[in-house]
Each structure stands twice: as C-alpha cells, then as structure tokens.
Write a protein that binds this ligand. Structure first.
Ligand code: LMR
Length: 316
C-alpha cells in the first residue's frame, strides 16, 4: 500500500453488546454507521464491515488496527472485572490480525488494557509474527485527563490546554495510572504539593470511574475516548508515513522496569510503530514511590494476560 493510503479499522462489538444483540442482528446498523461516516468530507474512504464473514476483507491490507471492542464497566466494577469477556474478544480479533494483516500496528483500547496488551503479544508470538514495536496499549485518555485537570487548577500558567503536556506512566487502571506532575510543561509557577497533589493524582486515576458512575450503568467514556483514540491513531499514521519526532505515552513492551514486560511511558513513534521507548524521565520521590507501588499489580495483570493467551481455547 502507498504510505498516503494507510487503512485503519475499528471493530465495533460494543454496539452489539450494548444492544444485547448478535452481530448479525445489528448488521444493518453497522452498515448504516459506515454509510453515515462515509459522507464526511475527508480524504479517507470509509467502508463498514460486520461479522466474522467479513473479517478477512476488513483486515486485509490494514496497516493500523484499532481494537476498542468489548463490554464497558458498570458502577462498582474495576477494569479487571471485564477480563472474563474482553480477554477472549481481544484474543480472537488479534488471531485474525495475525492471519490477515500480520504486519499491522495495533492500538489496543479494550479493557483491561494492562492485560489485553500482553494477550495480543502472546497471540502474535504464537503465530510467529510478534513485533514488540507494533503493539501499543492506548493510554492517551489518561494524558488528556491529566492535562485538562492540571490546566483547570493552574489557569495562569496554562492559558491553552492544547499546548500543555503531562506524561502519564505505568498502566491504565487505578493506581497504576501515574501522572508525572513534576514534568508538566509549560513549567508551573507553583508545583503541586501536599493535599492538592494527592487529590489531583486520585482524580486522574479515578477519572474513568468518574465517567462510569456519572453514566450510571449506561457504559463508560466514549466521546473523550474516541478523541483520544483518534489522536493516538493519527500520531501512529503520521509516524508510519515518515514524520519524525512524534512522541506519545503508550503501554508497550519495554525494559523500563526490569520486572515488567509492559509499561506505559513516553515513546517515540516511527515507521513501524514504537521507534524508541523513552522511559519516565527524571521523576521526583513521590512519583518513584507510586511507580514502585504499582509494580505488583501490573505484574499480576501481565501474567494473567499471558496465562490466558496460552491456555487451551474452549470449543465454541
Ligand atoms: C476509561 O479510562 O475511561 C476507560 O478505560 C473506560 C473505563 O472503564 O474507565
């Protein structure tokens, strides 16, 4: 494919689950969503595909596959509570990626991201097409939330939130979400400390739950998540097309924390996905403690994903 003609695919199973219908039942609606989107005047051509019968056609030729599929949380649930259903959905989709577009870059959104990314890696390994550079867990929404909340608290320092940056490292669940508030740019005239710091960190870590609770059983973040996914996908596509210097936080295979096979941190993107894992930079002592406290949970989530992906698949 030409570099300017990269294709991306979204697999929409959340719609079918939300409607409690099979993908066959919602086929006309998915087709309709495709037609609806195809009328938007961009340089992209939009086509809708639905169901396993069309998965080969949907995936063949894809350079970037975005996987948001799965069920969302209800109030009181953790992201890990979604593992039982979403792990199998991600495994099966990635199996198809391995079959039909093994060289594609993957953006994985389906929760629990801390486990679904290791699942994707194991599936690709089993199919002899694993490239650690090509599997990225999307943690962009954590960065977006951190920027929004920081800008809200420091309006004099941050006049334009879009020009602000807050690296978020670790993972994408609860206290594994670690905003590096000592590294906010532009530099803050008054750093976050004491109760203000802990309240802000807690808000960033619980922001997904804030949405889940506000939606009161009707799902989790969709609109902010869609923008985060679009930002990440666009960064990947620009880097894959040769643009240099594009940096995003993502949950990727890394050696940043020796005990952890996967960790979220700043990554420089390139033509084949993650060009360079940039790590955490200079963290202060509070951030170092947070990272070290997150290791056990991250390791357990990674091990759970690896074990699941390597377990025999039950007959359907
Ligand atoms: C989010 O951060 O909004 C998503 O991971 C969805 C969720 O369950 O919180």
């Amino acid at each position: 494919m030409r570099k300017t003609d990269r294709r991306a695919i979204f697999k929409i199973t959340q719609l079918s689950i939300a409607l409690n219908k099979s993908t066959d039942d919602i086929s006309p609606m998915v087709t309709g969503v495709g037609v609806d989107l195809s009328h938007i005047s961009t340089i992209s051509e939009v086509k809708g595909f639905c169901g396993n019968d069309q998965i080969e056609e949907a995936l063949t030729g894809c350079d970037l596959v975005i996987i948001p599929a799965g069920i969302p949380r209800k109030p009181g649930m953790t992201r890990d509570d979604l593992f039982k259903i979403n792990a199998g959905i991600v495994r099966d989709l990635v199996q198809n990626v391995a079959k039909f577009c093994p060289n594609a870059v993957l953006n994985i959104i389906s929760n629990p991201v801390n486990s679904t990314v290791p699942i994707a890696a194991e599936v690709m390994k089993k199919n002899d097409c694993y490239d650690p550079k090509k599997i990225l867990g999307v943690t962009t929404l954590d960065v977006m939330r951190a920027k929004t909340f920081v800008a809200g608290l420091r309006p004099d320092d941050i006049k334009d939130v879009t020009l602000c940056d807050v690296p978020v490292v670790g993972g994408h669940a609860g206290t594994t979400i670690i905003p590096l508030l000592s590294q906010v740019t532009p530099k803050l005239s008054k750093p976050f400390e004491g109760e203000e710091l802990t309240a802000l960190v807690t808000r960033i870590q619980n922001a997904g739950t804030e949405v889940v609770d506000a939606k009161a059983g009707a799902g989790s973040a969709t609109l902010s998540m869609a923008l985060a996914a679009e930002n990440m996908a666009t960064s990947c596509l620009r880097a894959m097309s040769g643009e240099k210097g594009i940096v995003e936080c993502a949950y990727v295979a890394s050696e940043v924390i020796p005990e952890l096979a996967f960790f979220a941190c700043k990554c420089e993107l390139g033509e084949s996905g993650v060009e360079k894992v940039l790590g955490c930079g200079e963290m202060d002592s509070y951030e170092k403690v947070q990272v070290s406290n997150a290791v056990a949970e991250l390791k357990a989530s990674i091990d759970k994903g690896v074990e699941f992906a390597n377990a025999p698949v039950a007959e359907k």
